[in-house]
Design a protein around this ligand. Structure first.
Ligand code: PSV
Ligand code: MN
Ligand code: MN
Length: 386
């Protein structure tokens, strides 16, 4: 039997990081539908993130994206976050929105462009120093569109060289999280397309380098929980970018497209000890047609529900069935946990944390949405297409 008190204790300590860019306007390649009341600057994004944490109790950090969240005074930004009950989380680099990066950034054939990209990554580490952030999150849009366009192997060498310079700059307690994505924006090769490539680079770099699994970045049918289990086994899982992958990397609400997959992933996290380790549970998503703050609250709750179900798996019964080779029973044990309605349990946990048991209703009733619509004019775009 699973100990309910331990499950509740684990749920109380869960931390889901929300992305600053999810609070801003976003869209697709076709259209950005601007919403009223969205933040006009990084400070206001933190105000909104503070509300998500206030009502969920489990969203204490906010990821920044540079340059989208570039400010003059990062100490002031951190102080503002603290004032709103949150902290600065991962610093996400951006080497994909500059004309110089047409042929790539740290894999670019021209050393001057590589220098510019690495300098940007070093700037991000400086921002980590100033904000107390632990993680530098790297995603590279680098790749090629045509066979022969550039030398695949040399690009890997350039990648290794650039990463090594940034790795050396990391301070005590700081980490580098390398994200992979199987496609887009390059059409022929992608320089960090899969967890194998990310893992190989991180292994060579050292202890402080870990892999990030963005759930949207895989081919349909990929067994993501297998990747999670493997990376945890090797001590190389740095964190997640959670989002739903309805079609491609469309990054909508975590747990919306396939809550069963999220449960399977969280089960491997629990099984691999990742829940109590330093794995970062981040959201990386946008809200194009729905209200942003409620959508982020819903996403956090979806992660919580998947986690609660994963924690409820009867490990002893599962191990016994597996040892007996009882395929159906083993599967039934897992499905029993998945099919449990954990919403009453989570309401209880929230009550014990001094929160309203219903975060969505409580947020809607608090008047923040109406207040920001009245006060904020000319909200900021998340960054895409800015
Ligand atoms: C790229 O698709 C990505 O997943 C990376 O994490 C970026 O930093 C993020 O989306 C936001 O653009
Ligand atoms: Mn991502
Ligand atoms: Mn993505």
């Amino acid at each position: 039997m699973t100990e309910l008190a331990a499950v509740k204790a684990a749920l109380r300590t869960q931390a889901v990081e929300t992305p600053s860019w999810a609070y801003g306007n976003s869209g697709t390649r076709f259209k950005v539908f601007a919403q009223a009341g969205v933040p006009r600057d990084p400070f206001e994004k933190l105000d909104d993130a503070g509300k998500v944490h206030e009502f969920t109790g489990v969203a204490p950090t906010v990821a920044l994206h540079i340059p989208w969240d570039r400010v003059d005074d990062y100490a002031a930004l951190s102080a503002h976050a603290a004032d709103r009950g949150v902290r600065i989380g991962a610093v996400n680099s951006n080497t994909f929105q500059d004309d110089d990066y047409r042929l790539g950034s740290i894999c670019h054939p021209d050393a001057a462009v590589r220098r510019k990209a690495v300098d940007h990554l070093l700037e991000c580490v400086g921002i980590m120093d100033a904000t107390g952030s632990r993680d530098l999150k790297l995603w590279f849009a680098d790749g090629t569109n045509y066979p022969g366009q550039d030398d695949i192997r040399s690009r890997q060498d350039r990648l290794a060289e650039g990463l090594a310079e940034v790795y050396e700059r990391l301070g005590e307690g700081q980490r580098m999280l390398l994200e992979y994505k199987l496609f887009e924006p390059a059409f022929y090769t992608t320089d960090v397309p899969d967890w194998g490539t990310a893992y190989a680079h991180c292994l060579k770099l050292g202890e402080k380098a870990k892999v990030v699994v963005d759930t949207g970045h895989h081919a349909p049918g990929t067994n993501i929980e297998f990747i999670v289990a493997s990376l945890l086994r090797e001590g190389k899982l740095g964190g997640f970018d959670f989002n739903s992958r309805f079609y491609a990397d469309d990054d909508l609400m975590a747990g919306a497209a396939d809550p069963f997959q999220l449960f399977r992933i969280m089960y491997e996290v629990v099984r691999g000890g990742g829940f109590s380790s330093d794995v970062a549970f981040m959201l990386d998503q946008c809200h194009n047609i729905e209200g942003k703050i409620p959508a982020i609250i819903r996403s956090v709750m979806n992660v919580q529900e998947a986690t609660a179900k994963a924690l409820l798996v009867d490990a002893e019964a599962l191990a016994a069935a597996q040892a007996d080779g009882d395929v159906l029973e083993a599967n039934a044990v897992l499905m029993d946990a998945y099919n449990t309605d954990v919403r009453p349990l989570l309401r209880e946990v929230r009550g014990e944390m001094g929160l309203d048991p219903e975060p969505m209703k409580a947020y809607r009733a608090c008047g923040w949405g109406e207040k920001v619509v009245a006060e904020r004019v000319g909200g900021q775009q998340a960054g895409w297409g800015a």
